[in-house]
Design a protein around this ligand. Structure first.
Ligand SMILES: [Zn+2]
Length: 413
């Protein structure tokens, strides 16, 4: 048996490894570059709060009291972000005019005083972080156009004091596309720029501070929107890990432009965060399951950003009590299971990602290598290809070599 019987398979295997590494190079680099957190960070993101009756103010105060009862290792209270919608249609004013004449009722209108006061009190207590969700949870010209041929939309616009945007057809809830038709249409850059300047100025007027974090409604937005937000001072863009840019003929999100990692730069002054765990108590997302998902993120040195909505907290008394009890359980269990848990705001987390202080981010190459391998092992397709090609063997050796330094540094297994 000549040496070619050994050399040839070995060469083929090396070639397979090279092809695999080359094909996956972008992903490998991004998982390496994504900062690695030393501590488990939990952020509960709650969207859609906006103009509403005094009852919403009471519910926000009860939420704030529950959050304040749970404190992390650094004695910070549990924190919930409020993704804020700044306006709804002013139905009374619009009834008096024509449907073409859009009028808005903003969050600092006297009719919303109780809600606004509860938001501001919570922010002062450090349990709410106020973020921009949008001036409206829709694109007003698209909504008006759709309402011309739709009696239920006309009724939504004209017949209630605080119409719930959660009740609109999903395509119309997307603010940054024209959802009056499907597939959705695009908006022109000038209109987007004007709308962003208007909403960031309104936020500044209402809360006496500029918005720094933006959450695109329904997670459909474009690079043009991001550029306008950044020009208006936005530092953090919350994403589901990819940018959907439109809706298809059936109304589903489509047009994925980019996959996004935590801490990735969106521009010179702004970065992205990834929110990818659902916590909607009224949809049956139980605390135990949510926590299991969060622990999976912590193991990969990532934060856990949970997504919830005001709809869990503004309905019947029974629904509210259920959602509040689930939140209470989630926080208590999270602190018990992860004693090192930290509550941060997205803005604080973004600053850590930017500055990467040693007490928050892993810098040791061996430990980073270990966490990187964990991240890669969590990608099912790559894992399978690595085993098929044999590349898993050197990876396993590196895993074994880097496990001890990680253990010594207190990184949980
Ligand atoms: Zn929303």
């Amino acid at each position: 048996m000549g040496p070619e019987f050994v050399l040839l398979p070995a060469l083929l295997m090396l070639l397979a490894w090279a092809v695999l590494l080359w094909t996956w190079r972008t992903s490998l680099c991004r998982h390496w570059k994504e900062p690695m957190l030393r501590h488990p960070v939990l952020i509960i993101e709650s969207d859609d709060w906006g103009p509403g009756p005094a009852l919403h103010g009471e519910r926000l105060t009860a939420l704030a009291d529950t959050l304040a009862r749970h404190r992390d290792k650094a004695d910070h209270p549990a924190l919930m972000t409020l993704g804020l919608v700044l306006a709804v249609p002013d139905s009374a004013a619009m009834r008096a005019g024509s449907l073409q004449d859009y009028r808005r009722l903003e969050l600092d209108d006297a009719r919303c005083a109780a809600v606004l006061a509860a938001m501001e009190r919570g922010a002062t207590r450090g349990v709410f972080a106020l973020q921009l969700h949008g001036m409206e949870h829709y694109w007003p010209p698209a909504l008006l156009r759709a309402a011309r041929d739709d009696a239920s939309l006309r009724s939504w616009l004209l017949d209630q004091e605080f119409p719930a945007y959660e009740d609109l057809p999903p395509a119309l809830q997307s603010r940054w596309v024209d959802g009056a038709q499907l597939p959705s249409g695009t908006l022109d850059a000038d209109s987007i720029g004007r709308a962003v300047r208007e909403e960031t100025k309104a936020f500044q007027r209402i809360f006496q501070s500029a918005p720094r974090v933006a959450v695109p409604p329904t997670f459909i937005w474009t690079r043009t929107v991001e550029t306008a937000w950044m020009a208006a001072g936005i530092e953090v863009i919350i994403t589901p890990g990819r940018r959907y840019t439109g809706r298809d003929a059936t109304g589903q999100p489509t047009g994925v432009e980019a996959s996004i990692h935590n801490g990735e730069s969106a521009g010179p002054m702004a970065l992205y965060l990834v929110r990818d765990i659902y916590f909607e108590p009224l949809r049956g997302h139980a605390p135990a399951k949510v926590l299991a998902e969060a622990r999976r993120r912590f193991r990969l040195a990532r934060p856990a950003l949970l997504e919830t909505h005001r709809s869990n907290f503004v309905g019947s008394e029974t629904d509210f009590e259920h959602s509040l009890a689930q939140l209470d359980t989630l926080l208590a269990d999270a602190l018990r299971d992860c004693p090192d848990l930290r509550f941060l705001s997205p803005r604080e987390l973004a600053r850590l990602y930017r500055d990467r202080p040693a007490e928050w981010c892993v810098h040791s190459r061996w430990i980073r290598l270990h966490l990187w391998l964990r991240r890669l092992a969590a990608l099912p397709r790559l894992r399978k290809l690595a085993w098929l090609s044999g590349l898993a063997l050197p990876a396993a050796l590196l895993w074994w070599l880097s496990a001890a330094p990680a253990r010594r540094a207190g990184i949980p297994a």
